[in-house]
Structures are given as C-alpha cells and as structure tokens.
Design a protein around this ligand. Structure first.
Ligand code: GTP
Ligand code: MG
Length: 197
C-alpha cells in the first residue's frame, strides 16, 4: 500500500467522541514506552505525526490518524506505567476498555511487545483480556534494531514460549523497528488485505 495522505484527526478522551465514520481502524497499544507512537510514525512515513517521548506516559488520549482518506491508525496510551496515580490508572482502564469493547469499526488491535526484554505480566494480562473479550489482535515486536542479530530468535522465541503457556496458538506477528522501518511493509499489506475484505 502506498501512503498518499496522513491527517491527524484529533485526540479524544472518550470513545463516544471518536469519529462517527465507518472507516476501518487499527489501534496500537502496549506498555508505556514500548514504541507505539514511533511505530505509527514509521508506518505512515511521517517522522513526527505521532508524539514520541523518552518519558513514559506521553500519549494519554485516543489519537486518530486518517490514512489515504480510507482508514484510521489509532494511537492509544500505554498501560503499566508505574508512576501514575491510582485514579489516573483507573481512568485509563475505563477509557481503553470502553473503546476496545464498543468501538465498531475497530478491525484489529496491534499489541506491541518490546523485543529486548522477557514478556511482562502486564502484557500477559492485557492479551488475556483481549482474548476474553474476543477482540481480534496481532502482535508487533518492537525495537528490533536494538537486538543483536544473533539474539533475535532467542528473544522472540522466549516471548512466544511464554505466550504459549496461556494461548493454544499465536496470532499473526510482526518484527518491527521504527528506526530501520522493518515490518512496515508487512503491516501495511496486512491492513490492506483486511480493508479490501
Ligand atoms: P507512550 O505514549 O508514553 O506510552 O510511549 P510509546 O509506546 O508511544 O513510545 P514512543 O514511541 O514514544 O517511544 C518511546 C521511546 O522508545 C522513545 O525514546 C523512542 O525513540 C524509542 N523507540 C521507539 N521505537 C523504537 C525503535 O524501534 N527502535 C529504537 N531504537 N528506539 C525506539
Ligand atoms: Mg505514545
């Protein structure tokens, strides 16, 4: 797919404020700092359409990007950020839950997992909740440019094994890097296929 147009549509705090269109959308979620916003920039080929920060917790709203006037990428705030208050965490959980459970045009959730570290409890819990609610998802391993070539398989296999303790089989997975743009084409092809169905 060729990205001809990328338009930032808005940041919303509630599902009911999100665009009232039927265009297919793809949400990016994962632990705080995992690289959601960076991957969106990589996929769209726009360096800084989504705000990036080395401080976790940068994205706090549901952010919509309209691609080619045909579909949306949705940047969601990260989970598992330790330094926020209980109230803020509850607010996050309520916002995300409402969005994931009720948003009709949501075609697939891209759950991002850091390829440099073992699977985290927060990731497991989040994936479990997607499964419990039958929300379609895929996995994108992030920051692969930071993993030595010889360690790629080791790292990814370890995460897969941990996942297979609770899942019978795994969904589609993408190896990505926002630095080298690895995975970009695969993700765009995957999205194109769903859009065309
Ligand atoms: P929140 O919005 O705070 O939840 O974070 P996020 O998941 O959107 O992460 P973000 O894209 O802001 O990136 C967090 C940090 O990781 C930044 O310092 C990025 O530059 C860095 N980063 C993200 N993706 C990659 C990648 O593929 N490779 C490398 N080397 N660094 C990355
Ligand atoms: Mg972000």
């Amino acid at each position: 797919m060729i990205i001809r147009e990328v338009e930032f549509i808005g940041s919303f705090e509630h599902e009911h404020q999100c665009p009232r269109t039927n265009l297919p959308e793809y949400a990016f979620i994962g632990r705080s700092n995992v690289g959601k916003s960076s991957l969106i920039n990589s996929i769209t080929g726009r360096k800084d359409i989504a705000r990036i920060s080395s401080t976790p917790g940068k994205t706090q709203t549901i952010n919509y990007y309209l691609i080619n006037n045909e579909w949306y990428l949705v940047d969601l705030p990260g989970y598992g950020y330790a330094k926020i208050s209980k109230t803020a965490r509850k607010k996050w959980a309520a916002m995300i839950e409402k969005y994931l459970l009720t948003r009709k045009p949501l075609k697939c959730v891209f759950t991002l997992i850091d390829s440099r570290i073992p699977l985290q409890k927060k990731d497991e819990e989040f994936l479990d909740s997607l499964g419990d609610n039958q929300i379609p998802f895929v996995i994108a391993y992030t920051k692969l440019d930071k993993v030595r070539k010889t360690m790629r398989n080791t790292n990814v296999s370890a995460i897969q094994e941990a996942l297979l303790e609770s899942w019978e089989y795994l969904p589609q997975q993408f190896l990505t890097s926002a630095v080298t743009n690895e995975g970009r084409e695969d993700i765009l092809n995957f999205i194109e296929e769903i859009n065309n169905n």
